[in-house]
Structures are given as structure tokens and as C-alpha cells.
Design a protein around this ligand. Structure first.
Ligand code: ADP
Ligand code: MG
Length: 353
């Protein structure tokens, strides 16, 4: 089908048709398909094209991704909500394809490049602030990302600590949840493991896990299966409150009739003890504001857990404003103050070079 001007082909002249997208290299692979760096001969610019697997389930979810991206782009007038911009979507040989602006490497690759040493508290706070810009809008618009993890947060470009969130391929509007089993295991909120209806709060859980990983270099709860995932969580934040377990459709898989964890002390879990590790210990920091911030992301109860608005008012985040207001900067930069301070920060260079 060669009359597909907005899709995979372009008219070169009256009777010549050519492929529109020239593949340059592979940018990444994920569960939904692959992402290629391409030159778009119609727009005359490089783009990232995500080619979604042709199975029906992936195509359907791919259209959900398109809808969410379109919705977020429509309200992102000054490119400040830190969500990747979709350019267009089309079908190519039965595959849904979505083209995006090109971004830099993802935060997991950055952690790896830094030899898993973790970033300074200042840099972690800047990342946190930028990610919260996106989470604030998702919270307001009732959008759940459902797969927040370092692989899905990309640097905007080289040598900058500004980021954008990508991959709404598991996302949904809160009112239109389809799947019950979502999120990548290390970042999976307890309500998903336990089988409790979920809200935007599951992204806040993942966000807490991401911040720990950015700071220490390692995932805080690297469970090899969901039972171990829950065991690792309980080591740090104790047992779930009874009212949470009362709602949990999967309670019996993990807890006995007295609400005590099954198989926690089997040799499978190397004698993990409930409440035996503190967050301050794991983080190895004396920054009590940071410890408090993370602990408010990692609350069993989604209703008690911080939301993005609360998070932006937390003292740990407000320290960023205090610091940046001390900076001397030309007047015209004040409109996008915090963002500017991120873009002009060169802490990152020390890590990436
Ligand atoms: P999946 O749903 O399969 O995980 P993603 O949308 O997360 O697909 O893309 C997979 C990987 O491709 C990402 O982790 C990232 O490294 C890379 N990638 C995706 N989008 C872009 C982009 N716009 N620019 C550069 N790299 C990208
Ligand atoms: Mg992904």
C-alpha cells in the first residue's frame, strides 16, 4: 500500500515512492518491541521509532500508549512536564510504530556507567524534582504509568541532568485499569503483589525505589520472585497493617490465618527477619530529610503514601529551592527557575566522562 504519506513511505516526486524512515541504529529493546534511531526523510530530522510487537494485545496496549502520550503532549505547552514527546504513529507491515523525539541514555545505563557507585544527594534531588514534574501532572490527570524504573527515565541529552519519562506502554487512566499484574518486580508496589485495587500511588512506590537506587547504585528490593519481593519489603517496613491485608485478594499466598508471613524463615530466604533493616542503614546517610522522604514513598498504605503534590512540598525537595535561590543567575532565567538550575548543573559531567 503505497499511498501512505503519513506513514512509512513518502512521495519523492510524482511517481517515485521511497521509504520515509532510514534506520541508523538500535536504541533499545524492551518487552513491547524495539526502538530504532531513524532519519525521517519527511521531517528531515532524527527520530526514535518504537516498533511494537504485532500480537493483538501489544497493539491494543500500544494504542493506549499513543492516547496517553497525546493527552500529555496536548497539555505540555512549554515542554516542562518532562514526558517524552510523540511525533506520530503509523502502521508498517502490521506493526504499530510510534515516532518520538530522540533522547539520551536511560538512568540505568547511567548508574552502570558510574560503576554502581550511586550519585550525590544533590544530583539525586535534581532527578527527583524533574521526575516529580511528570508525576504531578499524571496525578492530576489520573494517569498511572505502571512501569516507573530507571530504564524508563532518559536524560534529555548528553552532559545534562535534565530528564524525561518514557514508556507509557503499560500505562492507563485510573478509571480504565485493565491489568491486575503490572510493574517491573523490583519496583512493584505491595498492593499489586497482594492483589488490591491500585491507584496512581503505585508510581510513587516505584519512585521511592528509584531514588534509593540512584543514591546507592543498587535496587533496594531486588526480589527474584514475588514472595522474595514481599520478604525484602517486610525486612525494611515491617508487616503490613491488618486493614491492608483485609483487602488483599492474594493474602493467602503469602500470609497464614494469623496474618504472619509464610515461608519467611525458610532457607529460601536466608533467614530474613521482619523489620531487621532500617532505611537509614540501607542509605548509609545522615540526611534525615532524605530518609523521611523515601519512607513516605514506601508506605504500605496507598492512602497514606505521599502523592506528587505532597512530595513537592517535602523539606527534602524544598532544599533544592533554597540552594538555587542562592545562585546568582541572569534575570531572564527566573521563569523556569528549578529547571534552569538543573540544566546549568555540571555535577553530571563528573560521572559521565
Ligand atoms: P518497552 O516498552 O519495550 O520497554 P521503551 O519505550 O521503554 O520500550 O523503550 C525501550 C528502550 O529504548 C528504552 O529503555 C531506551 O533505552 C530506548 N529508548 C526509547 N525511547 C527512546 C527515545 N525517545 N530516545 C532514545 N532512546 C529511547
Ligand atoms: Mg521500557
Amino acid at each position: 500500500d503505497f499511498d501512505d504519506e503519513n506513514g512509512a513511505y513518502i512521495k519523492v516526486n510524482k511517481d517515485q515512492i521511497a521509504y520515509r524512515y532510514e534506520i541508523i541504529e538500535t536504541l533499545g529493546k524492551g518487552s513491547f518491541g524495539q526502538v530504532l534511531k531513524c532519519f525521517d526523510h519527511k521531517r528531515k530530522e532524527h527520530v526514535a521509532v518504537k516498533i511494537i510487537r504485532s500480537k493483538k494485545r501489544f497493539q491494543q496496549q500500544g494504542m493506549v500508549e499513543v492516547n496517553i502520550l497525546q493527552h500529555l503532549k496536548n497539555i505540555d505547552h512549554d515542554n516542562s512536564i518532562n514526558v517524552v514527546h510523540m511525533k506520530e504513529y503509523f502502521y508498517f507491515r502490521n506493526h504499530l510504530c510510534i515516532s518520538f523525539e530522540i533522547l539520551g541514555i536511560n538512568l540505568y545505563e547511567l548508574i552502570k556507567k558510574n560503576n554502581y557507585q550511586g550519585f550525590s544527594i544533590h544530583l539525586v534531588r535534581r532527578f527527583a524534582y524533574s521526575i516529580l514534574q511528570c508525576m504531578k501532572v499524571m496525578y492530576k490527570e489520573n494517569i498511572i504509568h505502571c512501569d516507573m524504573k530507571p530504564e524508563n527515565i532518559l536524560l534529555r541529552q548528553k552532559g545534562s541532568s535534565a530528564i524525561k519519562v518514557i514508556d507509557f506502554g503499560s500505562g492507563c487512566f485510573e478509571s480504565q485499569r485493565i491489568y491486575t499484574y503490572i510493574q517491573s518486580r523490583f519496583y512493584r508496589a505491595p498492593e499489586i503483589i497482594l492483589g488490591i485495587p491500585y491507584t496512581t500511588a503505585i508510581d510513587m512506590w516505584s519512585f521511592g525505589c528509584i531514588l534509593v537506587e540512584l543514591f546507592t547504585g543498587y535496587p533496594i528490593f531486588p526480589g527474584e520472585n514475588e514472595a522474595e519481593q514481599l520478604a525484602m519489603i517486610m525486612e525494611v517496613i515491617d508487616l503490613p497493617p491488618a486493614h491492608i491485608l483485609a483487602e488483599a485478594s492474594r493474602r493467602k499466598l503469602f500470609f497464614d490465618s494469623k496474618n504472619m508471613p509464610r515461608n519467611l524463615n525458610t532457607k529460601l530466604f536466608k533467614k530474613r527477619r521482619v523489620g531487621s533493616k532500617s532505611l537509614a542503614q540501607i542509605l548509609k546517610t545522615t540526611d534525615t530529610n532524605f530518609v523521611d522522604f523515601v519512607s513516605r514513598c514506601l508506605d504500605w498504605d496507598p492512602a497514606v503514601r505521599m502523592n506528587a503534590d505532597d512530595a513537592l512540598k517535602h523539606p527534602w525537595i524544598l532544599e533544592l529551592k533554597k540552594k538555587s535561590s542562592k545562585d546568582v543567575r541572569p534575570k531572564h532565567r527566573h521563569r523556569r527557575e528549578a529547571e534552569t538550575s538543573i540544566e546549568h548543573d555540571n555535577t553530571l559531567r563528573n560521572f559521565t566522562n
